[in-house]
Design a protein around this ligand. Structure first.
Ligand code: SIN
Length: 306
């Protein structure tokens, strides 16, 4: 059987199939639907300093080969995450990556300080600088190189755990934002968050989403994700976690060829919460059939015509 383990910073993950933030709750909701011990890692829903109700409904709509969401970072807040979730993670043998979102640099830092002040088994943080669905913060940081580098640097000083910046595709130059993350001391970047989108009901003439715009995800954005990952791969030396429209093992291979060292499965979990186990089995079979000893050997090995 091929070696599926991957390294990010000094952490080794048993396989490269992670579940994406916002598509798997806090990692404990689906025990009878998926064997979470088989996952490479769980990235939990974005946590803010205070609990949030999120945006008014409708906040999810299905679109061609994808979906649009505008959840607005609904979450339990950091205090409840610490008291209710961290003890549960101690009992789990699946690595947990905590996703953090904030409306100011101070908020991101305060959340991390609170989590770092208690004992926990989480392996790292994914920093959401790319949420398109909130008025303050979120994407505001991820579209600006100087802010990205400053925030990354400030968070770097607060933790020795993995620090992963989650990048937005809704920028002019994603490679520049990735470089700023690397310069600030990030161990890795994840790419991509959702693509700004809109859906309209031609009968009612209403926007399908309350906030008018939302974030498009699913197979519709896979080509965007691949392009972003490859641009980032050509620009930085830190690992890239590929995200965007992954539904099967072929998609995983393509993300590795583009430059990813692991992937996150997102929207596909809504259709089948057990999809990651299927992808993992397919991936093992694919690598065995092709005689590939280690999945890491594929990273960035796409052939281009130039
Ligand atoms: C949301 O909660 O609105 C989605 C989070 C994100 O896209 O980062």
């Amino acid at each position: 059987m091929a070696n599926l383990s991957v390294n990010i910073g000094s952490t080794t993950f048993k396989n490269p199939i992670f579940v994406a933030s916002g598509t798997f709750g806090y990692g404990t909701e689906n025990p009878e639907l998926v064997d979470i011990s088989k996952l490479g890692a769980i990235v939990t829903k974005s946590i803010t300093l205070n609990p949030r109700e999120g945006n008014p409904p409708p906040r999810i709509v299905e679109t061609s080969s994808g979906m649009i969401n505008s959840i607005g970072l609904a979450n339990i807040g950091v205090e409840k995450y610490i008291s209710n979730m961290l003890p549960v993670y101690e009992e789990m043998d699946t690595p947990i990556i905590m996703n953090i979102a904030g409306s100011s640099m101070t908020e991101y830092m305060d959340i991390m300080k609170k989590v770092e002040a208690v004992s926990s088994s989480i392996v790292g943080y994914e920093i959401n600088i790319s949420c398109p669905n909130v008025k303050e913060g979120g994407m505001e940081f991820g579209v600006d190189c100087a802010m990205t580098e400053k925030l990354t640097g400030k968070l770097r000083k607060l933790t020795d755990r993995l620090l992963i910046m989650k990048l937005s595709p809704n920028v002019t130059d994603i490679a520049a934002i990735a470089t700023s993350s690397e310069n600030g001391g990030a161990n890795a970047v994840s790419a991509i968050n959702t693509v700004v989108g809109m859906s309209i009901n031609h009968r009612s003439r209403f926007s399908d989403i309350y906030t008018t715009f939302g974030g498009l995800s699913g197979p519709a954005i896979k080509p965007v994700g691949l392009a972003c990952v490859h641009k980032v791969y050509n620009a930085v030396n830190i690992p890239i976690i590929g995200i965007g429209g992954i539904v099967n093992s072929t998609d995983v291979i393509e993300y590795f060829l583009a430059g990813s060292c692991s992937v996150q499965v997102g929207t596909a979990n809504f259709r089948n919460p057990g999809i990651t186990e299927i992808i993992l089995n397919e991936l093992n079979n694919y690598l065995d059939e092709k005689g590939i000893d280690s999945i890491s050997s594929l990273i960035g090995s796409v052939k281009t015509h130039d």
